[in-house]
Structures are given as C-alpha cells and as structure tokens.
Design a protein around this ligand. Structure first.
Ligand code: NDP
Ligand code: GUE
Length: 283
C-alpha cells in the first residue's frame, strides 16, 4: 500500500477562493484588506518568496505592497518604518521577510510590529496567545499543517503526535496546536536520543528540521500521517523536504509532498491571517 497524498496546492487553492469571497464582502463595506511586506537585502530566495506572496494576495483581492530596502538599511530606519505602518489604518498586516541582515536584531524588529498586524504570528504576544489559548495570529506554517490534517478528517484526540524541530516559527507552535486538539505531543530536536524510537510511536509525524532524509521508512509506523515542512535542495539542486518521500510513502497512510505540500499552505494562511486582521480592524 502506498500513502495517499495530501495535496497542498489543491487545498491552498480552495482556501484562496474562500479568502476571495470574504475579501469581496469587506470591499463591499468600503474596506480594502492590505498587507505590507518588507524585504531587506537581495537574497534571491527571499525575492522569489515575497513575489509569490504579492501574487497570491493580488489573486485574492488583497492589496499587497512590497517594500524593498538595501541590505545596509539601518535597524533604526526599519523600526521607524514599522512604527509608521503600525499607525496607518489602511494597513492591516505587516510582514518582515526573514532572514534579516546580520546587523539587525530580528526579535527586536518582530516585537516592534503591532500584535494586531502580526500576520506572521511571530510576535511574543502572538506566541503567548497560542500558549494560553487566547485569540491571536497563528504562525502560518503550523497553521497550514493543521488545515492539512483537518482536510483529511484526521481526529487528533488521543493520538500521538511527534514534532521534529523546536523553532519558534514552526516546531514549537506546531506542538502547541496539536496539543490544543488533544493529541499527546512529543517534541524532538538535535539533542534527542534515538529519534526513531519516538517516531515509530507516532500516529502523526511533523518533520521541521531543514535536513534531507531526517525521516526514513524504517522510522515510520505503518499508516501514520507524515507532514514534511522541510525545504532543502538535493544533489541535483531540486527542492526536497526532510522526509525520504519515496521510501516513506510505502509505509505511511498519508504524506505531504515537497514541493506542493506545506509551502503553498503557508502562503494561503498568510492571506487568511491578513483578512482576519482586516475583519478585526473593521469590527
Ligand atoms: N514549507 C514552509 O512553508 C516553510 C518551511 N520551512 C523549512 O522548515 C525547516 C525548518 O525550519 P525552521 O524551524 O525555521 O528551522 P530551524 O533551523 O530554526 O530549526 C530546526 C530544528 O531542527 C532541529 N534539528 C536539527 N537537526 C536535527 C536532527 N538531526 N534531529 C532532530 N532535530 C534536529 C533543531 O534542533 P535544536 O533546536 O536542538 O537546534 C531545531 O529545533 C527548514 O527546512 C525551513 O526551510 C520553514 C518555514 C516555512
Ligand atoms: N517573515 C517571514 N515569514 C515567512 O513565512 C517566511 C519567512 N519570513 N522567511 C522564509 C520562510 C520560508 N517560507 C516559505 C513559504 C512558502 C514556500 C513555498 O511556497 N514553497 C513551494 C515551492 C516554492 C519554490 O519553488 O521555491 C512549495 O513547497 O511548493 C516556501 C517557503 C516562508 N517563510
């Protein structure tokens, strides 16, 4: 038996069309949902990602503005720009593309964004809201993974979920979202001993490490759901995830591909958060 695919492109398309409908409703009330994206420097991958985000927004009727600054922009100038956007009632969401140049303190930059406009969900107030179950913006990548689980009708209650990776933007919020849906959650990281012993217990594995072949077929319980967040390049320069896709699909029940899995969902949830920010501002 080979695993069924969870098609991130198809699900993201469905979410974008919902966003389009809600955007039209807001526009009918005279509100144009708007997202400001800030890109500092000229990292080619970041340029591609931010362009994708602008195109997705335009497609769904959101207004996205991309502001590009040279890599030597001072931190003070960036903070100043964020303050201006925070105060602008026509701007509902602010996203500062990461990574930032090394002379900037990324957490200081993120904490300057108003939590009401933190559509990335990276602000410490957004993180605190997720921990305590209060309303706030959820980070787009784990939020997208939850939508993927929902799309296959997977009930997390009492299931064992193993998250590999504990970053503030993927692994940790992912674990909290799974916990909120009543899964029993294990978080693995670089100091974990015997990763395989953990993953073999899992009904759901989320791999968010950034290394190829972190999860291989021998590490997966038959029928498990495998979500691959990783974005890596293989020896031929092709995009691949953290999961040995060809091997693991022979064992898993469900699996997300790379590309076409979590990536498009991350982008779709950014649109959802931006729209939500605009709807909240309108209330
Ligand atoms: N699809 C998408 O939309 C997105 C994809 N990504 C991709 O997801 C991946 C993870 O991103 P991010 O969370 O930001 O990365 P980080 O580098 O911040 O975190 C990686 C995590 O993996 C852990 N880790 C490293 N090596 C191992 C190992 N051998 N076994 C178990 N755990 C290990 C680290 O542990 P420790 O904490 O101990 O160092 C760390 O917690 C990357 O490939 C990134 O490109 C990221 C964002 C969005
Ligand atoms: N402030 C901020 N917010 C982010 O959300 C953020 C960030 N900075 N910095 C970089 C990471 C990475 N990330 C991706 C999102 C979508 C795809 C994606 O759509 N991937 C496509 C492939 C795209 C391609 O062909 O390269 C896919 O998997 O199918 C990839 C990566 C968001 N990030």
């Amino acid at each position: 038996m080979t695993a069924q695919l969870i098609d991130g492109n198809a699900l993201a398309r469905r979410i974008r069309s919902e966003v389009t409908g809600r955007t039209e409703a807001l526009k009918a009330r005279g509100i144009q949902p708007a997202l400001s994206i800030i890109l500092v420097g000229s990292d080619p991958a970041s340029q591609v990602y931010t362009r994708h985000k602008v195109n997705d927004s335009t497609e769904t009727g959101l207004k996205a503005t991309l502001e590009t600054y040279p890599a030597d922009l001072t931190e003070a100038a960036l903070l100043d720009r964020i303050h201006t956007l925070n105060a602008d009632p026509k701007v509902h969401g602010i996203l500062v593309q990461l990574p930032l140049p090394r002379h900037m303190d990324a957490s200081k930059v993120i904490e300057t964004i108003s939590p009401a406009k933190d559509v990335d969900g990276f602000h410490v107030a957004s993180a605190g809201a997720l921990v305590t179950g209060q309303p706030g913006f959820w980070p787009c990548t784990p939020y997208g993974c939850m939508k993927m689980l929902e799309s296959i009708g997977f009930d997390l209650r009492g299931k064992h979920a193993v998250v590999i990776g504990r970053s503030n933007i993927v692994g940790k919020p992912m674990a909290l979202m799974l916990l909120q849906k009543n899964a029993t959650v294990t978080i693995c990281h670089s100091a974990t001993r015997d990763l395989k012993a953990h993953t073999l217990q899992a009904d759901v594995v989320v791999a968010a490490v950034g290394k190829r072949n972190v999860l291989t077929a021998d590490m997966v319980k038959p029928g498990a759901v495998v979500i691959d967040v990783g974005m890596n390049r293989n020896d031929e320069g092709k995009l691949c995830g953290d999961v040995d896709f060809e091997g693991v699909r022979q064992v898993a029940g469900w699996i997300t591909p790379v590309p076409g899995g979590v990536g498009p969902m991350t982008r779709a949830m950014l649109l959802v958060n931006t729209l939500e920010a605009a709807e909240r501002a309108a209330r």
